[in-house]
Design a protein around this ligand. Structure first.
Ligand code: PLP
Length: 405
């Protein structure tokens, strides 16, 4: 054995030994496919239609408020569960928009993005053996959230083209072990907006099985064609069994600021606050302060936001249809799920996405990353349209190469 071979054998033994000491939980999920696609987009200089972050400016008054907060020396830790002024603003807005009155002193926890709010909520309520019902396709974080909190996921299908769920399937997913259901409305990746009737059906199951609804409402203001966002907490009987997750990222186009929150009844807020404290202590103090300005923006801000995104959605639906994709028209959020069967591409969604990023210059998210069983998404890819017009122009140009092949 040469010296080189000896050192390779040695390092693989060390790697195996280290492997045994690593977390079995972390082993059970992969790195984020969505963020990996963003890295590939940079590597191939492709147009990034994968990750849901706007490439246009945030509102000037919100940016100015952040600059002012730093100048005013709001630069030290805020109260761990959130600056009082921001919690008050969150409570005011929730009452104004959804008619739900909450106590900002006991029922709101400000976190580092809604991502942390969801993780803190799950870790705050889950015990070994608990089950969590998750609709799929689903936002990719919910899988790792379940694994890390120790919950066993029970998946229920949203079926294209309307992404409705089978009520008997949902009924069967609930049982004595059900601790919670995760409801994301408006929904990523499908664009589904849950109707009042659907939410009431879910409510009745939560009451029947004494379960929480953990609702991710981060796209609440990105909603089209007269659809209405309804918060689960506003339904009779749900105020005290709903954990509402939300944040600044999407509504105010500041995904990098990492300010989110969980609104939960006091008993659930206690463990959520404890988990949050030891995960991150708190979200960035000056950006929480800017959140106060953001949450007080007038109603016209939200109308314009939704209308701007409607125009982008319609344009993107046209671009994709012309390129040969079958699109599922979203009623909310800023994604379009597509069916790629029409391309007769030899390979699955991941291979198709890799082909698109390398050869066509467009990054998308393979459908399988939204399903527990990758085969379910093998003929789907997701595009985002939260991009400025010039980015949509570039996307259109690149995709024209696809249809001419
Ligand atoms: C449904 C959903 N929830 C949460 C997030 C993450 O939000 P935040 O930036 O507040 O962590 C995203 C981001 O894409 C999302 O699509």
């Amino acid at each position: 054995m040469s010296a080189g071979e000896a050192s390779t054998a040695g390092s693989s033994q060390i790697a195996a030994a280290v492997q045994r000491t690593l977390s079995a939980k972390a082993e059970r999920f992969t790195e984020s496919v969505i963020r990996e696609m963003t890295r590939l987009a940079m590597q191939y200089d492709a147009v990034n239609m994968a990750q849901g972050f706007p490439d246009f400016s945030a509102a000037p008054e919100v940016k100015e408020a952040a600059r002012q907060a730093i100048s005013d020396d709001i630069n030290q830790y805020a109260i761990t569960w959130g600056a009082k002024e921001l919690r008050d603003a969150i409570a005011r807005k929730f009452e104004r928009t959804q008619g739900v009155r909450v106590d900002p002193e006991r029922e709101i926890t400000v976190t580092c993005g809604s991502t942390e709010a969801m993780m803190a909520a799950m870790m705050g309520i889950i015990n070994p053996g608990d089950e969590v019902v998750i609709f799929e396709p689903h936002y990719e974080n919910y899988g790792p959230d379940a694994i890390l909190s120790g919950a066993t996921p029970r998946f229920v299908q949203l079926q294209p083209p309307d992404w409705n769920f089978d009520r008997d399937e949902l009924k069967r997913a609930f049982g004595p072990k059900t601790k919670a259901i995760i409801v994301n409305t408006p929904n990523n990746p499908t664009g589904k907006v849950f109707s009042r009737e659907e939410l009431e059906f879910i409510r009745d199951l939560c009451v029947r099985w004494n379960a929480f609804a953990v609702t991710d409402e981060i796209y609440e203001h990105i909603i089209f064609d007269g659809s209405k966002h309804i918060s689960m907490a506003s339904l009779d009987g749900m105020r005290d069994r709903t954990i509402t997750i939300n944040g600044m990222s999407k509504t105010y186009s500041v995904t990098g600021w990492r300010v989110g929150w969980a609104i939960a009844p006091p008993e659930a807020s206690v463990p959520i606050r404890k988990v949050h404290d030891f995960l991150t202590v708190g979200a960035a103090a000056p950006l929480q302060q800017a959140g106060v300005t953001a949450l007080e923006l007038p109603p016209t801000y939200y109308t314009k936001l939704a209308e701007n995104y409607r125009v982008k959605r319609d344009r993107m639906l046209g671009i994709l249809a012309d390129a040969g994709f079958r699109c599922f028209k979203p009623a909310g959020a800023y994604y379009i799920m597509t069916d790629i069967s029409g391309f007769n591409f030899r390979g699955d969604d991941v291979e198709f996405a890799k082909y698109l990023v390398r050869d066509i210059g467009i990054a998308v998210v393979p459908g399988s990353s939204f399903y527990d069983d990758p085969a379910m998404g093998a003929k789907q890819v997701r595009f985002t349209f939260c991009k400025k017009d010039s980015t949509l122009d570039a996307c259109e140009k690149k995709l024209s190469k696809l249809c001419s092949r």
